[in-house]
Structures are given as structure tokens and as C-alpha cells.
Write a protein that binds this ligand. Structure first.
Ligand code: G4P
Length: 530
């Protein structure tokens, strides 16, 4: 059965994406320009640079506590040329990359920003690996053409080699740095001419019939010839755009520009709404869910606490996968097997949030949460389903919790359990003692955990280093073998907050040793939320 025509029409208009980049490539700047085009903000500077997050823990924590900023910018909804666009923000700091990975599970495509002088950087590489897990289509924006950078074809080679994705140019830059004159759209044959601070509107840009047009010489002088030569070269050498290939995540259309100068951004956005796929099919444990199915369904990919310091509220960010959300609707919360009425869900606009009456596949709604919703939870209207593909990553840093007041053991336990459910930290209980071992992908997560334990649970706790650096979740088809492994390695076995058994050890070397000795045991670097 298919959904009603209104829902189908609304779904077809949705484009849900995130921007992936290495810090400083220009994510904040590009976001702001996109929101300006979408009319979601009125002036530059409205999206605060969250650079301070990256500078120091104290800055980060005070910012976290101030909140407000990240509330409005977690999901930014705007409208452009009849499309409803949901831009999901990802934390800038690498220590919160786990959060970013999970946000990427909720999008249908991504825009990758590359700094033209730096090429592919480490964080981009990691994020790309995550996109690849789901074959997320990627559109590339090469930024900072107003500065001297690498040659475009060298950038292509760098992307192709490091990210294993084929590049196909949609726009082409005319010069760079001091000689940057603009971009030429290879498809529409529009020539956008650059002047710093340029604010393009629809229809701006010179349209030329062909590259021999004398307008080109008039506007570009000697650089006209360079452009002709470049276009000649790439039309012969570059792979043509192939929609199927791109939708599979094997090819990326590339745009050039300068976000800070608002240049090349409109060209990218115009193509983005055409190229970015509408909400797609999602996998559950039992079957695929299509967005056009009438029954409402979706999953939680992020939980954010303290969005409003006055009320200790928590918001579960929920991606709608099928059907229509209506305010006050009854849905089934599958993990706990209960029906709940969602009376006050929130939709996020660029600078505010408001109550939502209805929402459609591709939309992200915020559900108020009193500690019952976990990352990965599925809600549906009727059918028993469980969406898959929301990962947890093996931590790389570990610390033992030191409780200063033993009377607070219960509060500590509750706090750690809830923070683990929100994905703030991972918590392991060793088999051989009563310790709480925290595991994190980035060390800032420890500071945030300690600060939140104190502020929200009244627990004054510290932490100390432990001699651990590797964790792997273990499974085995043979229960007896698993028991034997656990017994013989009791000192290295711990159970995480969801009951998964993990092997914790001091080094990759030790892990290799265990893997060799126990070939029937599977050691997993990621696991799914229950
Ligand atoms: P991020 O969110 O990816 O970390 O990057 P952000 O947008 O904050 O940009 C990082 C720096 O790069 C900023 O400069 C920003 O102004 C600059 N930038 C962004 N786009 C362009 C561009 O097209 N050309 C040039 N030349 N620079 C660009 P900053 O000096 O570090 O910070 P700020 O003081 O300007 O905020």
C-alpha cells in the first residue's frame, strides 16, 4: 500500500544532508551561506563559529553549558526553490566524531568540503569511511579558491587516490588566488565572475553560447584562453557525470568556489537540489522500509541533553523514514514494548525550534525524552520493526572512574548508564572487580562526562588512567567456546552498558595475540545499538 498523495509530494521535496569536512575547511561559513540563500537567516554572522569548541576543554564545556547555539544549529531546516532542506550539523571537534558518525546514518547525502590548499585531510578521510559504509552519495565543494591552492586536477587526483571516489567536475575555476576570476558551469555554460564579497542572485552570471564567444575575452582577457584549454582538456579526460554511479557513492560531482565570498555556492546549491536524492529506503532487521509506505516509522540517532538549562530536558533526534508524523499520534517504542503519545515534538529551524504538527520522511523531529529513549531506538505506528545501521565504535581511550563520595554509588550508576545511552561515553564493568571503566573515542568525552555527572546527577567523581588502549566486542557461534574464552581471559573481559561482552587489552599487539590464539572468536570494532 502507498501513502496518501500529500505525504508522497512532501516526501519528494525533502533533501536531508550533512556537511563533512576537516576543521577549518569552511563548514561554518558554507552553512551560513546556504542558510542565507534559503532565507533561514537574514544576515551573515548568525551562525556562530564554534571554533572555541576546538580550542580548550574549558571553552568547550562552558559553551556546552551555555547551549542555545548548538540547539538551533543541530538541525537546520530551510526552503530553497520548492525543496525542503534539512541540514544536519556535525560536531566540529574530532573528539566527538562518534556523534558525527551517527548523524551520518540519518542523512541521504553529504556535501564534502575540501580546502583547495590542503586537499584531503585526515578527518575528511575518516568521515568518508563512514559514508562509504552506507554508500552515501557525496557532492564535493572545493573551497578557498580566492587563495593560492593546489591545481584542480591535482586536487582530483588527491581525492581519487585518498578517498577512492571518482571526481567529475560540474563547475571549473578560472584561476586561483589573486588570479581567481570565477567559475564556469560546464553544463549550463554560465560564467560567474568573481569579485570579493559578491552576492549572487538568481540569473546572475554571464551566459555564453560557446567558449568562442568574444564576451569571454572581454571579461577574462588572457585567462579566456586558459579556460578554453582547461575545458578542452577536462572534457576529453574527466569522467562524465553518471547519476547511478554518484548515487552509489562511487562518483562525486565537484564544484569550486569561495564560501566566504559567497562565490560558487549558488551554483552548488542549484545543482544540489537536483542531484541530492530524496529520502531513500532504510534497512530494518526484518525488511526494507520504503519512504512511500503509509505507516509512520523512524529511529533515534542522537540525544542531546541540557538544551535548555532552565529545564533539564533531553531531546531525542528522530529521523522519519516512512509515513506521516502528526502531533499527538500514538506510536510504539519497540525496545521497551510500550505505546507512547508524542504530543510535543519539535522541528528545528535555523535559529529557533517550534512545535511540529506534521512532518514527513526525511524530516528530523525532536522528541522530549525523560531518560527512556536511547540512541538507535525505533518507533513505528504499527508494525514491529528495528532499524539497523546505527553504530557504536570501539573506544580508543580509557579511564577508571573514582567516586569521591561512596554514598553516591547509585547516582553514579544511574548517571553513567544514562550518559552511555546518550552516546556521551561508553561504560564497561570488568568481570573481576566493581570498577567503572569509561571508554571514549575522543578524550574530551571524559571531561564532558565528569562535568555532566556533577551538574545533572550531583556526583562528584574524578578519573584515573588505566593501562588499556584497545577494546573489541566479542561474539562466537559456539557458546561453549565463548565461555571458555571468557573464563581463560577473565582479567580482560568486561560487559558494556548494553550487556555486550568486550575484550579490553593494552595494545594492538595483545589483541593480535588473542585473535591468533582464538580463531573461533570474532572481535568487532563496531557494534550496533540494541
Ligand atoms: P570550519 O567550520 O570548517 O571549521 O571552518 P570555518 O567556516 O570556521 O572557516 C575556517 C576559516 O576559513 C575561517 O577563517 C574562515 O573565515 C575561512 N574561510 C572560509 N571560507 C573561505 C574562503 O572561501 N576563502 C578564504 N580565504 N577563507 C575562507 P578564520 O580566520 O580562521 O576565522 P574567522 O576569524 O574568519 O572566523
Amino acid at each position: 500500500m502507498k501513502t496518501d498523495p500529500h505525504t508522497a509530494k512532501e516526501t519528494a521535496k525533502r533533501r536531508t544532508f550533512a556537511i563533512i569536512s576537516h576543521p577549518d575547511a569552511g563548514k561554518t561559513t558554507l552553512t551560513e551561506k546556504l542558510l542565507l540563500f534559503g532565507g533561514a537567516i537574514q544576515q551573515a554572522g548568525a551562525v556562530k563559529s564554534r571554533k572555541t569548541e576546538r580550542k580548550a576543554t574549558s571553552d568547550f564545556l562552558s559553551i556546552e553549558q551555555e547551549r542555545g547555539i548548538s540547539v538551533s544549529s543541530s538541525v537546520m531546516k530551510f526552503n530553497y526553490k520548492g525543496f525542503e532542506i534539512n541540514l544536519l550539523d556535525t560536531p566540529g571537534h574530532k573528539d566527538f566524531s562518534e556523534d558525527t558518525y551517527r548523524v551520518l546514518t540519518a542523512v541521504d547525502c553529504a556535501v564534502m568540503i575540501i580546502d583547495s590548499a590542503r586537499g584531503v585531510e585526515p578527518q575528511t578521510r575518516k568521515l568518508m569511511e563512514v559514508c562509504r559504509m552506507r554508500n552515501t552519495p557525496i557532492i564535493t565543494f572545493i573551497n578557498k579558491l580566492d587563495r593560492e591552492g593546489m591545481e584542480p586536477l591535482d586536487l582530483f587526483a588527491d581525492i581519487e587516490e585518498k578517498l577512492q571516489i571518482e571526481c567529475t567536475p560540474i563547475t571549473w575555476p578560472i584561476g586561483m588566488g589573486k588570479r581567481f576570476r570565477g567559475v564556469y558551469h560546464l553544463d549550463t555554460k554560465q560564467l560567474g565572475l568573481f569579485s570579493p564579497g559578491y552576492s549572487p542572485r538568481d540569473g546572475d552570471g554571464v551566459v555564453i553560447d560557446n567558449l568562442d564567444d568574444p564576451i569571454l575575452d572581454r571579461e577574462l582577457g588572457e585567462q579566456a584562453r586558459e579556460l578554453r584549454d582547461d575545458v578542452d582538456l577536462i572534457q576529453g579526460a574527466a569522467d562524465p557525470f553518471d547519476m547511478d554511479y554518484y548515487l552509489k557513492g562511487s562518483q562525486t560531482p565537484v564544484f569550486f568556489g569561495s564560501a566566504i565570498n559567497n562565490f560558487g555556492v549558488r551554483e552548488m546549491l542549484d545543482s544540489f537540489v537536483q542531484m541530492a536524492p530524496p529520502p531513500g529506503v532504510r534497512q530494518t532487521l526484518t525488511r526494507e522500509v520504503k519512504p512511500e509506505e503509509p505507516g509512520f516509522s523512524g529511529f533515534t540517532f542522537k540525544i542531546q541533553a541540557n538544551m535548555d538549562p532552565a529545564h533539564r530536558d533531553r531531546i531525542a533526534f528522530f529521523r522519519i523514514c516512512s509515513g506521516k508524523f502528526k502531533r499527538g499520534m500514538k506510536v510504539r517504542h519497540h525496545r521497551i514494548g510500550k505505546d507512547v503519545i508524542i504530543s510535543n515534538a519539535t522541528i528545528f529551524m535555523a535559529q529557533e525550534r517550534s512545535n511540529v504538527d506534521e512532518a514527513f520522511p526525511g524530516d528530523i523531529i525532536g522528541i522530549h525524552n525523560h531518560g527512556t529513549i536511547k540512541i538507535g531506538d525505533t518507533f513505528t505506528e504499527k508494525e514491529e520493526l528495528k532499524f539497523t545501521g546505527i553504530p557504536s565504535f570501539a573506544p580508543e581511550h580509557f579511564r577508571r572512574v573514582i567516586l569521591k563520595n561512596p554514598m553516591k554509588t547509585k547516582a553514579l550508576q544511574k548517571g553513567l548508564t544514562q550518559l552511555a545511552e546518550e552516546g556521551t561515553i561508553q561504560v564497561f564493568r570488568p568481570r573481576i572487580n566493581n570498577d567503572y571503566i569509561m571508554g571514549a573515542v575522543g578524550v574530551l568525552q571524559f571531561d564532558v562526562t565528569m562535568a555532566r555527572l556533577k551538574a545533572e546527577y550531583g556526583v562528584d567523581a574524578g578519573s584515573e588512567p588505566v593501562d588499556l588502549s584497545v577494546a573489541r566486542w566479542i561474539t562466537c557461534d559456539n557458546e561453549e567456546m565463548k565461555k571458555k574464552f571468557i573464563n581463560q581471559n577473565a582479567g580482560s573481559i568486561a560487559v558494556d552498558s548494553e550487556g555486550w561482552v568486550a575484550f579490553l587489552t593494552t595494545s594492538e599487539y595483545q589483541l593480535g595475540f588473542a585473535m591468533e590464539a582464538w580463531p573461533d572468536i570474532q572481535f568487532h570494532k563496531t557494534r550496533e545499538y540494541n
